[in-house]
Design a binder for this molecule. Structure first.
Ligand code: AMP
Length: 284
């Protein structure tokens, strides 16, 4: 597997592949790879001949006081893991390569970035859409794979690609979980054993909400009440948000009348975790 750190070199490689008629599939990541990332890479093999994983902890998507500096990194291990699942190249530019001096251009998606994570992380999605646009211009993929773990991010990217006529097919991949239900995340490494145990309440709350919806409960506030009760049941978790929304527009849902996204974010200590599930309510 090739490791490419330079934008120009990546662009030249992408052009060469395209001239040979190869299809390129990209999996953007911030590294510290886990099974969730690897599942995206395996999925990418169905959409491209050459698979590129980008490994870049993107400073513009972190707010002040967030964990940019301490975000876990292990390039050597990442390269080994990505190589094992058939990735052709890892694009891992230094920050200065992506944001040289006097950098001043950003891509901003409006409405769908406002609720949920947008509320507590106001600059986050602007950073995400900017870096993903840059990655598309550098890696020139035909397709890109994103995880539903970051459901709002996937919605935002789909919106951006449509609105800006980007010629990239966006593929979503279901959340990959640990055997006990915890959604895999590079940030799980921050958790102490007690915090990790407490964090299980997120996936439990989602499962309980699904049971309620399957049992016919259609009142959003009742479902959210139970979800919050479960998350609060152990003093370790502090809810950032627990919301029901339309999976396409991300608008609030009060009464469930079709598939509804239940999205959660909570702090355990200083670690912020997210999780979600689409409640399969038949459309009325
Ligand atoms: P990250 O490195 O956390 O920025 O994630 C890179 C990509 O992997 C994003 O598209 C995430 O949604 C996806 N991802 C992260 N964790 C998971 C997971 N547990 N299951 C599925 N996709 C994931």
């Amino acid at each position: 597997m090739r490791i490419i750190e330079s934008v120009t070199e990546m662009q030249q490689q992408a052009e060469a592949w395209r001239r040979e008629g190869k299809r390129i599939a990209l999996v953007p990541t911030m590294g510290y790879l886990h099974e969730g990332h690897l599942a995206l890479m395996r999925e990418a093999r169905n959409h491209g001949d050459e698979i590129v994983v980008s490994i870049f902890v993107n400073p513009t998507q972190f707010g002040p006081g967030e964990d940019f500096e301490r975000y876990p990194r292990d390039m050597e291990r990442d390269v080994l893991l990505a190589g094992e699942v058939g990735v052709t190249a890892a694009f891992s530019p230094p920050v200065k390569e992506m944001y040289p001096e006097r950098y001043q251009t950003f891509v901003e998606v409006m409405e769908v970035t406002r609720p949920l994570c947008g509320r507590s992380r106001p600059v986050h999605f602007r950073g995400v859409t900017t870096v993903v646009t840059k990655l598309f211009n550098v890696v020139k993929p035909h397709a890109a794979v994103f995880g539903e773990k970051d459901f709002q991010q996937l919605t935002v990217i789909r919106r951006m690609v449509r609105d800006l006529n980007m010629d990239v097919r966006i593929i979503g991949h279901p959340i990959v979980r640990e055997s006990d239900g915890l959604a895999m995340s590079s940030r799980n490494v921050y958790l102490t054993p007690t915090q990790r145990e407490a964090a299980l309440n997120l996936s439990r709350a989602l499962a309980e909400a699904e049971q309620l919806a399957n049992g016919g409960e259609r009142r959003g506030p009742i479902i959210l009440g139970k979800v919050k009760e479960r998350i609060d049941s152990n003093g370790e978790l502090r809810i950032d948000y627990a919301e029901l929304c339309n999976p396409e527009t991300l608008e609030d849902v009060i009464e469930l009348r079709g598939p509804t996204l239940l999205a959660l974010a909570a702090f355990v200590g200083s670690t912020r975790l997210i999780d979600n599930r689409v409640l399969k309510v038949p459309a009325e």
